[in-house]
Design a protein around this ligand. Structure first.
Ligand code: ADP
Ligand code: ZN
Length: 520
């Protein structure tokens, strides 16, 4: 029996069979249906529109926001003998005119185009004269304000559906938390499209989160000890931090290279090339690194600072273990990270609504970090996916956290924040609680407060844990205008009055060692 889709998959792409839901998606779109495809990075989204493009008459229009990815895809397709081209700002007028001519002459199977170009009146009327096989909207989360990559042009893509109601549309993304998914369907008028939701689970990744002790670099070195000679990525908060962490790793004899958008372009490209081609390079990078990096044997991804959201964390950690072999993802964070990130959001240029949204995302991530639940379960839960039982491959499963009744400690902490005037960071408040007579304490006469030395039962690390968890739980907030001074929130009242019981995670006796993760 003839099976044109499978024939093409084998003959053109050289794959023996379909993966996951590719078969159903290809059949649905090739048959003229609309689809919304949620598949993790590396899942094989491209084939879901490339095969229907070859199966249907005419040229498929692929909307893609990233010029570099567009060019890579077109290059790869051409090598397979597929008639593909792109239109974006890198082409000069002659080259662009040539592509347009090919489109009208029916000489193209796939045309990748940047949204701003597609949406020009000129290009839309050009399309009126072409034969269109389908529209593929890649990185569809760009339409969502909730998503991490909002592109206003994506909002106008509904024009495609209005102008060509009979042409099938397929929107694809690897970002699939429920709010983004709803917004994509709504904004792209894809409510009636069939949704294909793949599992986002990456069973070969082991998740681990530790609390920062100082800058976190010593803990990072311990973690890297278990990964000697392996390729991996270390994500850091800022360009400056990338530089210093890379230097510290180099000084410790690790083959580390920096990567961030502020570096000289040729050095950056060179570092990227080395990471891809050589074994055992540790790339210390901002999140500018990784988009479109397809290196299968990345054995670990470490966040030495807190990322911005659960989606970001998932994307970045997803670059580990693409080959399916065991890989480890590790994150260290502390109260300082929360302050830094809040500051970044609040001092950013986004509007108020956007800022509130980003703060909420940060809170969701903090909740995830402090949770005692299986990491995989809570991560997948965030993407609306149930995971049967605990995974046995994350820190909370392997090393179940103990918790303690923190009600009294929380009351002491909050009342000390209040007594000292809600103008100090955790360090000073902890000194007051523990009765440490520093110069600052004397300067402010804080030995005379009723909360002086009422917390000598806990050591400094334990108190840091209390403050971190109070901030993560929204019971205290860091005032960005005043250098991270801690302030009470609407939620603090019931705790102060003893109306709420709180449980906290035990702080590990020693900072968790990466080495321990090896044996399980
Ligand atoms: P995504 O866009 O979802 O991140 P890609 O479309 O780039 O993923 O595919 C990821 C990798 O998986 C590519 O190297 C691709 O060749 C490979 N791949 C996709 N589908 C199949 C398949 N059916 N069989 C084998 N390999 C596949
Ligand atoms: Zn688990």
């Amino acid at each position: 029996m003839s099976d044109p889709a499978l024939d093409l998959l084998r003959r053109v792409f050289g794959h023996p069979g379909f993966r996951g839901e590719q078969r159903q998606i290809v059949d649905h779109v090739a048959g003229g249906g609309d689809a919304l495809v949620l598949m993790p990075t590396g899942g094989g989204k491209s084939l879901c529109y490339q095969l229907p493009a070859l199966l249907r008459d005419g040229c498929a229009l692929v909307v893609s926001p990233l010029i570099a990815l567009m060019q890579d895809q077109v290059e790869a397709l051409r090598q397979l003998g597929v008639r593909a081209a792109f239109l974006n700002s890198t082409l000069d007028a002659n080259a662009a005119a040539d592509v347009e001519r090919q489109l009208l002459a029916g000489e193209l199977d796939l045309l990748y185009v940047a949204p701003e170009r597609l949406l020009t009146n000129r290009f839309l009327s050009l399309l009126d004269r072409a034969r269109i096989a389908l529209f593929a909207i890649d990185e569809a989360h760009c339409v969502s304000q909730w998503g991490h990559d909002f592109r206003p042009e994506y909002r106008q893509l509904t024009v495609l559906h209005e102008r060509w109601p009979d042409v099938p549309r397929i929107a694809l993304t690897a970002t699939a938390d429920a709010p983004t998914r709803r917004e994509i369907a709504e904004r792209l008028a894809l409510e009636d499209a069939r949704q294909f939701v793949s599992s986002f689970d990456r069973p070969n990744l082991r998740y681990r989160i530790v609390h920062k002790d100082g800058g976190g670099v010593r803990q990072l070195l311990d973690f890297l000890d278990a990964h000697r000679g392996e390729s991996g990525i270390v994500y850091a908060f800022s360009r400056k931090r990338v530089e210093t962490v890379a230097e510290q790793l180099q000084a410790a004899g690790i083959n580390a290279l920096p990567y961030h958008a502020g570096m000289d372009a040729s050095l950056r490209a060179q570092n990227q090339r080395r990471f891809l081609q050589q074994d055992g390079i540790v790339m210390v990078a901002t999140i500018a690194f990784g988009m479109g990096i397809d290196k299968p044997d990345v054995r670990f991804v470490a966040h030495v600072d807190l990322p911005k959201s659960i989606e970001g964390y998932y994307q970045e950690t997803g670059r580990a273990g693409r080959d399916g072999e065991a890989a480890e993802v590790w994150l260290s964070y502390g109260l300082g990270d929360v302050v830094n990130l809040r500051q970044l959001i609040q001092q950013g240029e986004a509007g108020e609504e956007r800022k509130r949204l980003e703060l909420r995302k940060l809170d969701a991530l903090l909740g995830y970090c402090e949770s005692t639940q299986c990491r995989r379960q809570s991560l997948l839960g965030w993407f609306g996916e149930a995971h049967g039982g605990a995974c046995g491959n994350c820190d909370n499963c392997l090393d179940p956290p103990r918790s303690w009744d923190g009600t009294q400690a929380a009351r002491k902490a909050l009342s000390c924040v209040y007594r000292t005037g809600q103008r100090f960071g955790a360090g000073h408040i902890i000194d007051v609680l523990r009765g440490v007579a520093t110069d600052k304490v004397k300067q402010w006469n804080h030995e005379t407060l009723s909360t002086w030395a009422i917390g000598s039962d806990l050591d400094e690390r334990q108190w840091r844990g209390v403050f971190r968890q109070l901030v993560a739980g929204g019971l205290l907030e860091a005032d960005i205008e005043h250098h991270g001074a801690l302030r009470l929130t609407a939620l603090s009242g019931p705790v102060l009055k003893g109306e709420i019981e709180l449980r906290f995670r035990h702080e590990p006796e020693k900072p968790a060692r990466g080495r321990r993760t090896r044996g399980g």
